[in-house]
Design a binder for this molecule. Structure first.
Ligand code: HEC
Ligand code: HEC
Ligand code: HEC
Ligand code: HEC
Ligand code: HEC
Length: 648
């Protein structure tokens, strides 16, 4: 009865009703709260998902869990949903997450009786406890501990794991789908196992009870062969914060506050050279990351001073020519996936400072991957033709009618900061359309929309929203929103390192390019709002119900969120953007805000792609776009479906 009554209610009344009925748990700032994006799959307290497909995390050695998080992030283990979640987190925070789950004490489920014949179980037991000398296979116990319960810091136990999981992991090592830190002991061991032996081990191990109060050994025996197996260097606590801080697994030369950076190191942050010139899990600036374009993939090369594979033999003039003219040392033309169409505005002094910084990096010998471009785009002739149309080396033209601050902002946004590389629409040949500078654009081949930096209702700056947008650029979150997707990487590697003066100068410039300021949707009076297609009341009721079930505990009954932990959805431009690509992505795939100096331990949003059908997702998103004073058109099932199919 209540339900049919509610269906008749207008939306705002409905939202109000929910605000009275929803019982959101009070917010407590805890690791359990911060890691809800993990426990939706891994079960409460990391006890494993109900069917065992999502592995247990509770009680496993912290070093082991930490290594796995780095493995997913750096591409040695593969599960897209997890890799996406952990990508913007710092090593220090991943270690804290690992330590949190490691310390949780949760009982194990009873073992599953095996249906395998006795001789299969006997074979599994022999391999586990004694190994097989004829195959030079050591006993699993030699590393995993006499009781097979593992050992700190980095060897996991083998009991209490489902048979399917054991089979899958040993199989993944055999096919190199799973790798551990080098030296990868398990790759060697799994490589020696026949498929019958893998199956025997999985049968026997999964049928053994976990001893009561089983814990990993506190330390590895001094003669344990597992000491030889790869492990990450743990981040070390620093005096300044009292907690652990980001220490990259590969040494990075550019730690510290912006003030402590040399001019060259600072400019490298502003230009975000590292993001493109670092491969997943690779050494910083050593190149190898592929930039996908509609014409194929272009790989950014090695910027370290290695003489054979990097910039070791380059002169300052060579470097200037690359940045200013888009030509390599030997004169060949470079692809504009390298944003020299922006960098051409760099001053010679700044280019020299940048080059000076790159020279101080530790040389890494790593040849670049050859580009994979389709003909005719792969030819220098095609590139020369493109450049004749769309590129002229130029210098930054200061506008003397504007303040020095405005000019600094323009130099940063148009030049080194290359905001237009994503925020300006491109034509069919991939050239930025200067007439629509910063007017918002879909990113090529990615289902992300870089919103307009001119329109304050999208991502443009005005007096009312500038504090919020600058907080986002400096720290990744504000009470009014969070950065997501490709922008999270820009904030993490670039804008969080900008000095206050440069952020302010950028704001002065961006406010001046903003189209005539229009009031934010929140402050707009009812009558002035554009009329929006309204959705059927059934869909709205459905969306409201789903919101109450899945979202209310974090984003609140009024969509007001909780401080900087959970962003507000009411009055959030990311929710009401005309282009819904980002909104759909965020809800399907979840994510953490980037770990930054201002916000080193971000909260996470769970992925819903496995749980919500397209139709439900559309109804839910339509609801949040039209509730609490938000006024935006409905989201269709088709838009959701497209996002699901576009993500690899
Ligand atoms: C969408 C479901 C999902 C979410 C969300 C998720 N995981 Fe996972 N996780 C998995 C699956 C599936 C595996 C096993 C993948 C495999 O077979 O290699 C896994 C494996 C792991 C492992 C390795 C376990 C082991 O014993 O080797 C760790 C550690 C882990 N996840 C931590 C996390 C953390 C921390 C988060 C939150 C930041 C998280 N996961 C979020 C599904 C998820
Ligand atoms: C030389 C030492 C060594 C020996 C011997 C060894 N392991 Fe391992 N094993 C490791 C290490 C180290 C890891 C952690 C790898 C990582 O960080 O991913 C591991 C991880 C595993 C995992 C992954 C567990 C999980 O939760 O995902 C399985 C399964 C496994 N070993 C099975 C075996 C079996 C079965 C044997 C015996 C046939 C064996 N291991 C022998 C060192 C060893
Ligand atoms: C958006 C991604 C991106 C960013 C940001 C970026 N680069 Fe590159 N860079 C590339 C790509 C891709 C290439 C390869 C172009 C080619 O080979 O045609 C490249 C090539 C270069 C080259 C020429 C190397 C050679 O062997 O010819 C230099 C020098 C360079 N980048 C320096 C920088 C510096 C310095 C920065 C930061 C100020 C930077 N890049 C930022 C993508 C990027
Ligand atoms: C466990 C808490 C939690 C739950 C449950 C949750 N979210 Fe979130 N949500 C977050 C956090 C944390 C962020 C910021 C990190 C990010 O943007 O990835 C966020 C971000 C968002 C954003 C992007 C906001 C922006 O400014 O870019 C949207 C939209 C969103 N959530 C919608 C939803 C919807 C719809 C649901 C229910 C299906 C939901 N959330 C459930 C925690 C949660
Ligand atoms: C690699 C592509 C890329 C580059 C480079 C880039 N952006 Fe973005 N930006 C995006 C995308 C995609 C979004 C939408 C996702 C989001 O809102 O977080 C975005 C969002 C934003 C937002 C809105 C954040 C919010 O949620 O309100 C602002 C402001 C912004 N960018 C400013 C800048 C500035 C200033 C620069 C240059 C210093 C820049 N961006 C460079 C891709 C990029």
């Amino acid at each position: 009865m209540l339900r049919s009554f509610m269906r008749l209610l207008p939306l705002f009344l409905l939202a109000w009703l929910f605000s009275l009925t929803a019982q959101a748990a009070p917010f407590e700032d805890s690791m359990a709260q911060r890691t809800q994006a993990c426990t939706v799959c891994h079960g409460k307290d990391g006890r494993a998902g109900p069917d065992g497909y999502y592995p247990r995390l509770a009680g496993k050695p912290a070093g082991y869990l930490y290594n796995q998080l780095l493995n997913f992030r750096d591409g040695r283990r593969h599960y897209g949903l997890m890799a996406g979640l952990v990508a913007p987190l710092s090593d220090a925070y991943l270690l804290e997450i690992a330590q949190y789950f490691s310390a949780l004490d949760v009982s194990y489920p009873a073992p599953v009786a095996s249906t395998a014949p006795a001789q299969v179980l006997a074979r599994g037991r022999t391999l586990a406890l004694n190994g097989d000398a004829s195959q030079k296979l050591p006993a699993c116990t030699s590393c995993h501990g006499a009781a097979l319960t593992g050992a700190a810091p980095h060897v996991p136990g083998l009991l209490g794991l489902p048979r399917d999981y054991l089979n899958a992991q040993l199989g993944a090592w055999q096919t190199r789908q799973r790798q551990a830190m080098a030296p990868d002991c398990m790759a060697h061991i799994a490589g020696q196992l026949s498929s019958a032996d893998v199956s025997a081990l999985a049968h026997w191990l999964s049928s053994q009870p976990v001893p009561a109060k089983a814990k990993p050994l506190a330390v590895l025996a001094p003669d344990s062969p597992a000491l030889r197996c790869g492990k990450a260097a743990w981040p070390t606590p620093t005096a300044s914060t009292g907690s652990t801080r980001a220490v990259p697994s590969t040494p990075s030369p550019i730690q510290g506050q912006p003030a402590a950076l040399t001019t060259g190191a600072y400019l490298a942050r502003v230009g975000n050279c590292m993001s493109c010139h670092t491969a997943q899990g690779g050494a910083p600036y050593a190149g190898g990351r592929g930039i996908d374009t509609p014409f194929g993939t272009v790989f950014a090369g090695n910027l370290t001073p290695d003489p054979n594979t990097g910039l070791g033999r380059w002169s300052a003039d060579d470097f200037w020519r690359a940045m200013h003219e888009g030509r390599s040392r030997d004169g060949h033309l470079l692809y504009p996936a390298f944003p020299y169409t922006n960098f051409t505005q760099l001053s010679r002094t700044d280019a020299d400072a940048l080059f000076g910084f790159l020279k101080t990096l530790a040389p890494v010998s790593q040849a670049n991957t050859p580009h994979a471009l389709r003909w005719p785009y792969s030819t220098q002739t095609a590139l020369a033709a493109w450049r004749a149309l769309y590129f002229k080396p130029g210098a930054f033209q200061a506008d003397s009618s504007r303040s020095a601050e405005w000019n600094r902002g323009a130099y940063l946004v148009r030049g080194l900061g290359h905001c237009s590389a994503c925020h300006t629409p491109r034509n069919a040949l991939g050239a930025s359309q200067n007439s629509a500078e910063l007017g918002g654009s879909m990113m090529p081949l990615q289902n992300w929309y870089a919103p307009s930096l001119r329109n304050p209702q999208e991502a443009g700056l005005n007096e009312a929203n500038q504090a919020h947008r600058l907080t986002l650029l400096a720290g990744g979150v504000s009470v009014q929103g969070a950065v997501t997707g490709p922008m999270a990487e820009v904030v993490q590697n670039s804008t969080q390192h900008w000095s206050r003066q440069d952020l302010d100068a950028m704001a002065v410039f961006l406010k001046s390019v903003a189209a005539s300021p229009s009031p934010s949707p929140q402050s707009a009076p009812q009558s002035a709002r554009p009329s929006t297609p309204t959705s059927s009341s059934a869909a709205v009721t459905q969306g409201a119900k789903l919101y109450d079930k899945h979202c209310v505990q974090c984003h609140g009954a009024q969509g007001a969120g909780v401080g900087q932990a959970y962003p507000a959805l009411a009055g959030n431009s990311a929710v009401t953007l005309r282009n819904t690509a980002n909104l759909v992505q965020t809800v399907l795939y979840g994510g953490f805000a980037p770990a930054t100096r201002d916000n080193p331990r971000p909260f996470g949003m769970p992925p819903y792609v496995l749980e919500l059908k397209d139709q439900d997702t559309a109804a839910l998103l339509t609801f949040i776009r039209q509730a609490w004073g938000n006024q935006a058109p409905a989201v269709t099932e088709l838009e959701v479906n497209r996002a699901r199919n576009l993500r690899p």
